[in-house]
Design a protein. Structure first.
Length: 274
């Protein structure tokens, strides 16, 4: 999903166009992030064999409305759903519909909500039925790669440090990082600078500063990293049809590290929580 910059933003920006937020802005991001994470907690029981991705999305839309929030994706560039649901070899931007989940299917569910003008954006993995061993390995490596990326966040480090932490970890497990999609800045806008690459070299890219808000959302493939977008202009899949997984948190840079805005209230961020 392409970047969009809110021209009404009055705060400071770096020379790279990255917004530097005030400490008071963290509260709004925590509220929006907590709602997005709670919704992903609440729909966990709806992921089962025989369920449709459309039914899951309908419940997500209902939960957003019940909270008095707004879905950031409904109406975005013509998109009609409150979530993206990406199954098996779908890398991202899977469109919910009549697809029925089968035993062993893995899926990423991505939700973005707007609460009092702030955007909460997060995604995580789920499994229908039994989790196949190779899928379990992929999910674990992807989850841990996200956390390695977050550990690299602190003032003075660079975005290249984040990408290097993710890429080196993933490739050490003989998996690949998708390069066609990346994380992004957010706050009172859905997409803004920077592009947060999930690969890179240490010491490259913009320098992290306290007050930056952005997502880290690595997509990891069991096979090769290449993707292609289907005729619907949304759904991205692995070219070699290998399994893909993704986890996403929204974070803010603090004086000595990072705050995660989208922590799961029920400890359900990883699909083996039960």
């Amino acid at each position: 999903m392409e970047s969009h910059v809110d021209k009404d933003f009055k705060g400071r920006q770096t020379k790279d166009g990255i917004r530097i937020h005030e400490r008071s802005d963290f509260a709004g991001m925590h509220e929006a992030g907590a709602l997005a994470a709670r919704i992903l907690d609440d729909i966990a029981d709806l992921v089962f064999v025989g369920q449709t991705t459309g039914a899951i999305d309908k419940k997500i839309e209902e939960l957003v409305e019940e909270a008095g929030a707004t879905s950031a994706t409904i109406g975005y560039k013509g998109y009609k759903h409150a979530s993206c649901i990406s199954v098996n070899h779908v890398v991202c931007h899977g469109i919910p519909g009549d697809k029925t989940l089968k035993d062993g299917d893995i899926l990423n569910i991505d939700v973005t909500v707007i609460v009092d003008g702030w955007f909460g954006d997060t995604s995580r993995m789920y499994v229908a039925g039994r989790l196949p061993r190779k899928a379990e390995r992929l999910i674990q490596v992807t989850h841990d790669a996200l956390m390695r990326g977050i550990e690299a966040v602190k003032p003075g480090n660079t975005f290249g440090d984040i990408g290097f932490a993710i890429q080196s970890f993933v490739e050490s497990h003989r998996m690949s990082v998708v390069r066609d999609f990346c994380g992004h800045g957010l706050g009172q806008v859905f997409h803004a600078p920077p592009n947060v690459l999930h690969y890179g070299r240490r010491g490259t890219g913009a320098t992290l500063e306290e007050g930056m808000f952005f997502t880290i959302e690595p997509m990891v493939n069991l096979g090769r990293p290449e993707t292609k977008t289907l005729a619907d202009d949304w759904t991205a899949v692995t070219r070699d049809k290998s399994l893909s997984a993704q986890f996403e948190h929204s974070i803010g840079v603090t004086a000595d590290g990072a705050e995660i805005f989208t922590l799961s209230p029920g400890g359900k961020f990883h699909p083996t929580f039960g």
